[in-house]
Design a binder for this molecule. Structure first.
Ligand SMILES: Nc1nc2c(ncn2[C@@H]2O[C@H](COP(=O)(O)OP(=O)(O)OP(=O)(O)O)[C@@H](O)[C@H]2O)c(=O)[nH]1
Ligand SMILES: [Mg+2]
Length: 370
């Protein structure tokens, strides 16, 4: 495992567990934590503290848990002498380590290039100002041509991905013609999606506290009261991911936008602030991938960890957020640990896919579903 120093800006202080989980998923052991003020910039005091902590701990990298602007990233890299990874790069590192298919590799490369371009532009700017004379070659020409190489590569990857997306869409259309219902289990990273998928389908896919334990969608056909449904376990959502990264993982989420219904898993054991932010981030991602009109049921998971009063407060909050977005999805308390509510959740996911709301309606429209 590599060693890293974690810098956490003030606005993300409450996300420290998430930062540590992501660092672990990317195989970094966090050797020290430095608190910063801004999300974008690093001031002199923090810079000095960072350089000292990086040296004292002999770290391989500095993780800046925010969106550090390129000029600040350069400064830290130059002073501390180690690589600086921001939040998006950390997420991309996790994905690139597990990218199996050609499509996944292309997506990661595309996201990396898009993320790298502003940094290269900053290099060009600095070399033109004479700050890096001869850096990467005479007069900045090498950087200019590297920049052109990146933009050409980006265009090529886009064309290839476009072809792959068409194939995925065709495959999904074919399955649809097979008459089966597709239910995608979605939700924030670590909400318990795979645990619920395993319980519903009888599978035993890996689960864990790390973020992005699941990096590829998994499918399983289940027969439920005479109805054949394919349940799909998906890659978790994460808050504040820039559009270029969402686009990069579009095809892992493309199946979601082609589903007949969604099970939206929420970790109800989390503090209210996190729960609210994560729910909003997830709903925004659904909108970004064109899935906001797909029928949905919400599973408030890990209910075994909360007391009834806490549950009431949080489910009320969830309902309010959904209302504000004109979503009137059923909300069901569940626990993948004890099995509570899962039967109801899976049946409800099929009922909403079929467009039936109550159990009485289901009996008439979907036979033995209830
Ligand atoms: N107490 C309790 N823990 C749960 C429950 N469901 C899941 N967990 C735990 O929550 C953690 C995350 O579970 P996963 O099923 O891997 O979550 P996920 O949403 O698939 O996570 P990613 O694939 O990383 O996005 C694991 O440590 C599970 O054991 C539950 O109902 N109760
Ligand atoms: Mg999972």
């Amino acid at each position: 495992m590599k060693k890293a120093l974690l810098i956490i800006p003030r606005a993300r202080r409450h996300q420290i567990d998430e930062a540590l989980a992501l660092a672990e998923s990317a195989n970094y052991k966090v050797a020290g934590i430095v608190k910063a003020r801004d999300e974008w910039r690093i001031n002199k005091g923090v810079l000095a503290e960072t350089v000292k902590a990086a040296r004292d701990n002999g770290v391989d990298a500095i993780i800046y848990y925010g969106n550090l602007q390129p000029s600040s990233a350069f400064k830290v890299m130059k002073e501390a002498g180690v690589r600086v990874i921001d939040r998006v790069e950390l997420i991309l590192e996790i994905f690139s380590e597990h990218a199996g298919s050609r499509e996944a590799r292309l997506q990661i490369e595309m996201a990396k290039i898009k993320h790298e371009l502003p940094m290269v532009r900053e290099l060009i700017r600095r070399s033109k100002m004479g700050e890096y004379p001869g850096f990467l070659g005479p007069g900045g020409y090498a950087i200019d041509s590297y920049y052109r190489h990146l933009t050409r590569r980006l265009a090529k990857i886009r064309r290839e991905l476009e072809k792959i997306r068409l194939t995925i869409k065709e495959r999904a259309e074919k399955r649809r013609h097979g008459g089966m219902i597709h239910v995608s289990i979605v939700g924030y990273a670590s909400a318990g999606k795979t645990s619920i998928f395993n319980r519903i389908t009888g599978e035993s896919k890996p689960v864990g506290e790390k973020y992005f334990t699941t990096l590829h969608p998994k499918h399983k056909l289940v027969k439920l009261g005479g109805v054949k449904a394919i349940f799909i376990d998906t890659v978790g959502f994460i808050r504040d991911v820039p559009p270029e990264v969402i686009e990069a993982f579009f095809s892992t989420l493309e199946e979601v936008s082609l589903s007949d219904s969604l099970i939206f898993v929420v970790d109800v054991s989390e503090p209210e602030r996190d729960l609210r932010e994560k729910l909003r981030a997830g709903l925004k991602t659904l909108a970004d991938i064109g899935a906001s009109s797909i029928p949905m049921v919400v599973g408030l998971n890990k209910v075994d960890m909360v007391d009834p009063l806490d549950y009431e407060r949080k489910s009320y909050m969830v309902r309010e957020i959904l209302y504000s977005l004109s979503r009137e999805s059923p909300i069901i308390p569940v626990s993948a640990r004890t099995g509570e509510g899962l039967e109801e959740l899976s049946r409800a996911s099929i009922a909403v896919a079929l467009g039936v709301e109550t159990c009485t309606q289901q009996i008439s429209m979907a036979g033995s579903l209830c």
